[in-house]
Design a protein around this ligand. Structure first.
Ligand SMILES: [Zn+2]
Length: 260
């Protein structure tokens, strides 16, 4: 026999279910400005080199990124250009990977300039230009507005701190932060990948390459630094480092003859 208490418990359960299912979801407040295509055309070479259909796809990916990730200025005004460049830096590495989402990233904080490792904006050691958070800040990325703009605006730049930080997130996606993008690299290629990275780090250290010395820090940084170069100057990278270029093409599913 059903008691009043049982009926009440069932009703309560239904109410909780309704509240959970129909809870209003927080949505990102940012929508692309009317002139965003001009901004992409003017500052993002990767976008300019895409055909019309791929450019439309790029726009959709941007919308999806803004719906998932909040961009907040910390003592810095975040303008449309900054939002468009951050979105572009997020999409560029994973553009050819269908359905990719930076699942752990919730917010990008934009600082006006460099900051130190404790996220202070003032002080002597203001050397950090970008960072993906760890521990309590693991859903956060921090970028310098000045650096973000400089990297996209400078013609011929092989550096891009924002792309660097998103490459770290790609590396972290498999659960290990080791400079080996296992989630995207077929297992059988991992030994070859490790060999190429070790060899490259030695060459960079000997000054035999045009790759930023920061890549010699370790394999994690090497992966992020070569991603910057690869996505900023793909043709040049493929000529200089053909074997690694072919690996990165596989990792990021870049179609053959695209950007090269
Ligand atoms: Zn790094």
């Amino acid at each position: 026999m059903i008691t009043v208490l049982q009926i009440l418990v069932v009703l309560l359960f239904i109410v909780i279910l309704i509240v959970v299912v129909f809870k209003p979801r927080k949505n990102a407040s940012y929508h692309l400005p009317d002139h965003y295509k001009d901004l992409l055309q003017d500052y993002v070479n990767f976008y300019t080199s895409l055909n019309e259909e791929d450019q439309k796809h790029f726009h959709q990916r941007l919308e999806k990124f803004y719906a998932a990730v909040k961009i907040t200025g910390v003592n810095a005004e975040v303008e449309d250009l900054d939002r468009v460049l951050i979105g572009a830096a997020a999409i560029i590495p994973v553009f050819y990977i269908k359905d990719w989402e930076y699942v752990h990233l919730k917010e990008v904080l934009v600082y006006p300039g460099n900051f130190n490792v404790d996220f202070d904006q003032a002080g002597n050691n203001r050397s950090v230009l970008g960072m993906v958070g760890t521990g309590a800040l693991q859903n956060v990325m921090i970028l310098s507005k000045w650096e973000l703009r400089q990297n996209f605006i400078s013609p011929g730049s092989t550096r891009n701190t924002a792309i660097h930080e998103f490459a770290h997130l790609v590396d972290k996606m498999d659960g290990t932060f080791d400079g080996v993008p296992e989630i995207l690299l077929t297992r059988k290629y991992i030994p070859q990948w490790n060999f190429l990275m070790t060899d490259l780090i030695e060459k960079i250290a000997r000054g035999e390459t045009d790759i930023d010395l920061y890549a010699t820090t370790n394999q994690v940084e090497c992966f992020a630094v070569i991603c910057e170069y690869y996505f900023m100057q793909q043709q040049q990278f493929n000529i200089q480092y053909p074997e690694i270029g072919r690996m990165l093409q596989q990792v990021f599913r870049v179609p053959a003859n695209d950007h090269n």
